[in-house]
Design a protein around this ligand. Structure first.
Ligand code: SF4
Length: 188
């Protein structure tokens, strides 16, 4: 069986594939050393979910492990409201709906569906301002679905040895910049 792709890595890969390497390397270390304050806030937002404190309502399922055989993906969902058949990915503060957010939801959606759950709606929720952004189901957005499938394919065939970052702005905003020998922001 081919290696499984971790759902949370979809977003990292879009930002920079090298960041996944550092994420794995530093993942078990003290987060304060490696995470910017914005990311720590984001992590805090997810702790409520990860520790299953969000709600005692039976209709709210949190941090469920999910797996898609079709796409070779695994990970956790954030929140599933079974009464509304709604899958929600919560973020600390959403300024913009990035492709990576949508693809994470798609991955969770396909995994949930394969596992027998019915999902009728997808949402990204911005916790700071309590805004909800409805995301079309992938079947309703063939263009995004094609991009999602292309991303999976790209991740499967990716070769770290031959990759070079070309966007210096990403390096400037990257929490791994100091440790990364691929950074374009060296010496600044
Ligand atoms: S410093 Fe640049 S090349 Fe290195 S992981 Fe960050 S974005 Fe990627």
């Amino acid at each position: 069986m081919e290696d499984l792709i971790i759902i949370s890595n979809l977003n990292d890969f879009i930002f920079c594939p090298v960041s996944i390497y550092f994420h794995k390397l530093y993942g078990s270390q003290d987060n304060l050393l490696y995470q910017s304050s914005a990311q720590i806030n984001g992590t805090k937002a997810h702790e409520t979910i990860d520790e299953k404190k969000y709600s005692t309502r039976k209709s709210a399922m949190m941090s469920l492990d999910v797996y898609s055989e079709k796409y070779g993906l695994c990970g956790k969902i954030d929140l599933y409201e079974s009464d509304k058949k709604r899958l929600i990915e919560r973020k600390k503060h959403v300024r913009q709906i990035y492709k990576g957010y949508i693809f994470q939801l798609y991955a969770q959606y396909y995994a949930m569906t394969e596992m027998g759950y019915e999902v009728k709606e997808l949402y990204i929720r911005s916790m700071d301002d309590n805004k909800n952004y409805k995301i079309a189901l992938p079947e309703k957005d063939p263009n995004m679905l094609q991009k999602f499938e292309h991303l999976i394919e790209e991740m499967r065939t990716f070769n770290l040895e031959t990759f070079y970052q070309t966007n210096i702005e990403k390096c400037k905003n990257c929490i791994y910049e100091d440790a990364c020998d691929r950074s374009l922001n060296r010496g600044e």
